[in-house]
Design a protein around this ligand. Structure first.
Ligand code: GLN
Length: 284
């Protein structure tokens, strides 16, 4: 292990060892106590010598990153939809893909005063908090089966001063509607998918869902109609190849206007539908 290096040398060595430059930079800013927006500072100070203890701490973090730990767990922070969330291994590392779901939900609730929204499997609270931040008038319920996840979501809500209500629960079971929108990024990876091997640091319960990955989505689609207001929407994130299957489940459950939205990579990543007015069991 090297005991002296300039910032430029340290970054070059981490990259040579196989780390993504952005990951090495994020971990370095964390160790130096600087904001993640300070990457330009690293460039203008690339000739600065790093203090030995900072260098050693950074090398240890780089080794953990190389072994697969998400940068967000190593720094304890993740930006999501403009919010600085605190995250740890009790929750899924929020992905930028999920911002697609937030954007879609915001469009749908835009005409609705004081919309009632439920975020199922909230994890860090990312979706619920982003919606509450953009729509202070909304009444947002954040639900998770995991007590550990809810503790993370509650702490984020408190720190960000966002009035999201956090409740422990099994998807929609026992909740009182009606909701104008129900949104979820549930687990959706097939239990035997080799892709899971690269995600062992994240909670399996937030990732895998039965043999075809659709077990939890089936439950949510079955529960949602009874709790949606007439014209209310259910929006679900899902895997890259699941849009057709999720659309079929939504249609079979009586949803109308069933459609999908693409993520930043152009993959159909979310599907949703609305409860036809007049067919919903709840009257607004
Ligand atoms: N999109 C994540 C992945 O495939 C999984 C998130 C999820 O299961 N909800 O890495």
């Amino acid at each position: 292990m090297t005991t002296t290096a300039t910032i430029a040398q340290a970054l070059a060595r981490a990259q040579a060892a196989g780390l993504a430059r952005i990951d090495a930079q994020m971990l370095l800013l964390h160790v130096l106590g600087r904001a993640t927006s300070d990457r330009a500072w690293l460039l203008t100070h690339d000739g600065d010598a790093m203090a030995g203890d900072a260098l050693a701490r950074w090398q240890a973090l780089c080794a953990r990153r190389a072994a697969g730990e998400p940068v967000a767990y190593l720094t304890g922070r993740k930006e999501f939809y403009g919010l600085a969330l605190q995250v740890d291994a009790r929750v899924l590392d929020p992905r930028p893909d999920t911002e697609t779901l937030v954007e879609w939900a915001l469009e749908l609730i835009a005409p609705c005063p004081a919309p009632r929204v439920a975020d199922l499997g909230t994890g860090s609270g990312a979706i619920a908090l982003a919606l509450q931040h953009q729509r202070p008038d909304a009444r947002v319920l954040a639900v998770d089966a995991s007590a550990g996840a809810l503790a993370v979501a509650r702490a984020n809500a408190q720190r960000l001063k966002l009035g999201v209500q956090c409740v422990q629960g099994d998807w929609l079971a026992g909740l009182a509607g009606p909701f104008d929108a129900i949104v979820s990024n549930p687990p959706y990876i097939p239990a035997q998918d080799p892709h899971l091997a690269a995600l062992t640091h994240e909670p399996l319960s937030a990732l895998a869902s039965g043999a075809d990955g659709l077990q939890d989505i089936r439950t949510i689609v079955a529960q949602a109609p009874a709790l949606l207001a007439p014209g209310g929407w259910l929006l679900l994130e899902h895997g890259w190849d699941q849009a057709d299957a999720v659309q079929a489940l939504l249609r079979a459950a009586g949803f109308s206007q069933v459609q999908s939205r693409m993520d930043l990579a152009g993959i159909a990543r979310c599907s949703g539908g609305s409860m036809p007015v007049g067919l919903s069991p709840t009257v607004k």
